[in-house]
Each structure stands twice: as C-alpha cells, then as structure tokens.
Ligand binder design. Sequence first.
Ligand code: FO1
Length: 314
Amino acid sequence: MLIQDLRIVVICGGVGAARFLRGLLRVANPGNITGIVNTGDDMRLHGLAISPDLDTCTYTLADAINPETGWGLAGETWQARDTLERYGGQTWFGLGDRDLGTHLYRTQRLDEGATLTEVTAEIVAAWDLGLTLLPMTNDPVRTRVTIESGETLDFQRYFVERQHQDHVTSVAFDGIEAAVPSPGVLDSIAAADAIVIAPSNPFVSIAPVLGVPGIRDALAARREQTVCISPLIGGAAVKGPAADLARTLGHEVSATGVARLLADVAGHMVLDSIDVALADAVRETGVTPTVTDTMMRTPEIAAALASTTVNAVV
Ligand code: FO1
C-alpha cells in the first residue's frame, strides 16, 4: 500500500513526537494520522488547564511553535507574566500572552463540561492541522517524580522549576489506575496499518500513555505493526532528561535499553546510524532494528525518517 493510504497511529510525548509528526504529515495523508498524546505533564496553574504535550504537538504542526524555546507560540510577548512578576505571582512556568489564549479557551470549555478530547479537536481544527490528536485519557493523570531526598515533585516542578537536575529514584502517574483511554484511542490502535512510538522520553512521556489501563495490551496485540524510534542517540538524549532517567532508574542507557523497555509492545526499532553497532544487541532483545538518520535537524530529514519508520512495519 502507498503510505498515503495507510492509517498511522503515533504514540506521542512532546518535542520529539511533534518533530516526527511534522515529518510524517509531509509523506502521509493527514486524515489517516492519529496522535495519541501524553497528558501526564498537564497541570492547573493560575486556575488554567494546561496540556503541554498536546500544545507542543499542535503548535509545531501549525508551524507556530516558539523556535527559541521549543514550547509556546512564536512571536510571543510576556506582558501578562510581567504583571504577575510585579505582584510576586507565579512566573516560574512561563505563559506567553498568545499561549494564554489556548489555556483560557481550554479551561472555559472544560468548565462548560466539554471533554479534553472535544476541546483538543476544536483547537486542532482551529489550526487546520488535518490530523487527529487524542489525549491518552480524559481523566486526570499527573506524573510525579520522587528524588533522592525522598521528596515527591509534580512533573513541571522537577522539569522546569528545578531544570530536571534532581536524581530521580522513581516515577509515578497519579490517577492512572482509574483512567480510561479517551474515545477512539483503542479503536485507532486496533485499526492502524502502522503504529509508531515517537522518540519521546520513554520514562515520563511514553510510559504514562502505556500506563493507561488497556493501552499497553492493545499495543502488545499489534506488536508486529508497532515500531519505536530510539530517543537515545549514542547513549544521550537529543533533548531533556531521558538518559539521566534511564541511568537513575537502572536501565541500560542506550537504544538497546530502550528496545528492551518497549519490547513487549514494539516488534521493531529505528535507531540512529551512530548506533549501528547496537543493531545485533537490539535484535537479541527480540526487536527488529532499522538503522537510519534519526536526528531531525530539518523537516526533510523528519519526512525521510517518517517514511523509513512506517516502511519498517508495512
Ligand atoms: N518549559 C520550560 O523549561 N520553561 C517554561 O517556562 C515552560 C513553560 C511552558 C508553557 C506552556 C507549555 O505548553 C510548555 C511549557 N514548557 C516550559 C515546556 C514543558 O515543560 C514541556 O513541554 C513538557 O511538559 C515536557 O515535555
């Protein structure tokens, strides 16, 4: 089948997933693409409902992402934050004036009784993206990390306020036992021709999605059509704490370690050319390796990666 005709599901975290989706949209039919996005990073701040990974995927695909920061909107101004600063309000998590519009709209709609799935569909339509983005669940799930001191931190406190410098001893997803996959998640996994686990942090971005009851089993049933892309290149993360977390959580800090972590749901792995020597070790975990350039420096490289990744399982 031509890639244009394939129904493709992508399990998404933040930046790495957004860049991959942007490449995929160049080679596949947006109407056949469904992103299932992590909501464990979500938070309430200033009374506003904030969904960072949904927004990073949306803004990146709209070519509206802030290029300096990798989150929020381009051409941002910070007048509201400056006013907060004057009052000594919370400014550690920066909400730009344009980005605030998204949080105001989402909060209003949720308060009116809309689900996060419905609000996400409205926001994606307003940016005219063409694909479907689904939150992993409409129920509240909050990623929390416990650090060496024994203190447990909300994810954004760890990631942003403390610049993910802490030595993490465990990660938990509060509320996940009671969470239900949002409508369409399980059906899209069952119907997909190809399923991609995007190169997001496996411990704090992909793990919450797999942890929603029902999702991991649904993916395991499609293991031969599921391919993960290693977020570690040469034993390092492209961005963020994935390598640090692998180390402190006791996993091998390499593409092989990630293959082992996801081997029950992904029968295939795409790893970077730098890690070509790991291909045999990946194969020994029962995962079929494909080696290519996975550093998405340009949308063209992201598009080539998307084609190679989908072709690994169809
Ligand atoms: N990350 C930061 O490092 N500093 C910030 O001030 C910050 C603000 C922010 C606002 C909205 C949003 O959607 C994301 C924001 N992020 C910020 C990134 C965020 O922490 C990450 O996108 C994810 O939660 C981790 O992937």
